[in-house]
Design a protein around this ligand. Sequence first.
Ligand code: DI6
Ligand code: FE
Length: 400
Amino acid sequence: MEPSYVMTGLTAATMVQDADGYGLQRDAAIVVADDKIDWVGPASELPSRYAGLDRQHHGGRLVTPALIDCHTHIVHGGNRAREFEMRLNGASYEEVARAGGGIISTVTATRGATEDELLQAALPRIDALIAQGVGVVEIKSGYGLDHDTELKMLRAARALGRLRPIRVVTSFLGAHAVPSGMDADVYIDTICLPTLEAAHAEGLVDAVDGFCEGIAFDTAQIARVFDKARALGLPVKLHAEQLSHIGGTALAAKYAALSADHVEYATAADAAALAAAGTVAVVLPGAFYTIHETQAPPLQAFRDHGVPMAVGTDWNPGSSPLGSILLAMNMACTLFRMTPAEALAGTTRNAARALGLTDCGVIKAGMRADLAVWNVSDPAELSYGIGINPLNTRIFGGVA
Ligand code: DI6
Ligand code: FE
């Protein structure tokens, strides 16, 4: 691998774990070789072997790892603006769901769309994330709830990663909602599990997710999905403790899940379990905000126990029509009192971990050259601005 170019004049938030939380290096240089970082350090210490390479000077700008949105549902049909209106007329999220709205209405729209229609609808969403410096996006299925539609969603997600310069990581979310008129156990055993096997056989599944909630599936049902994932050698993650406390977080920890997501109603005991399991707590302030939730996730318990925290958009048509990872960071700070350093770790280093990725999320020799250069000098500015996009350049696999 030949070194390709040197970036200089950088303030680098390497996000390598350290005391200031940013792993900040001023007057830094980064050497990119093909799609990897070959060297990073003070420009004054740049080894002479790189002397002849092309140089790009960045005028003191901040560089971070490219951002990672570790929780989205951006492949889906239709939208739920009508429901938004219903809720503003007084209906709760659960009432909307029980009235046949909610997730099920998106299921109907997604079943009715072709793979190409799903792809075309998702492209502008991917582009919006790329425009904010995102280099990795996780995309879930879960609006099909039948064999053909779940696979169609996952194929569309994979296609997005071929059509755009971004890495797509998929999660099978067959256990997202109970199809209308069906028994939840029957659904899990006769549709969800066989569909997971089929999707995995086609190479469409990177991880297995579920929605553990009163309006969705209980821990025993999710455990059957996780047992199947384990048998197939797939990692798991879980929507847990979003609206109530029914034991999803403890279950996720028991299965050494990559992440437990939402976790508003998680307890200190859950935090201890997550820490022991090495499971990331993914907070999703877009959903908290949209459904007028009042219970914030227990960040101090996560800190006290050393649980890694990540932040995602949860971009979905119902509970979080949020198309901005930067706004998700701002909301995590303002609504949950996350620090800006934690928010940036939550969309870089810890988001990578929530996806089981070890080659991105920090600026370090050997990592992928997925970088974001920003028109700011202080990394706190990324979380501080509301609806502001200071991206200067995104570099994906060494290519700007
Ligand atoms: N929790 C959520 O917030 C989303 N899914 C989930 O399990 C909601 C998805 C939707 O309302 O369409
Ligand atoms: Fe979600």
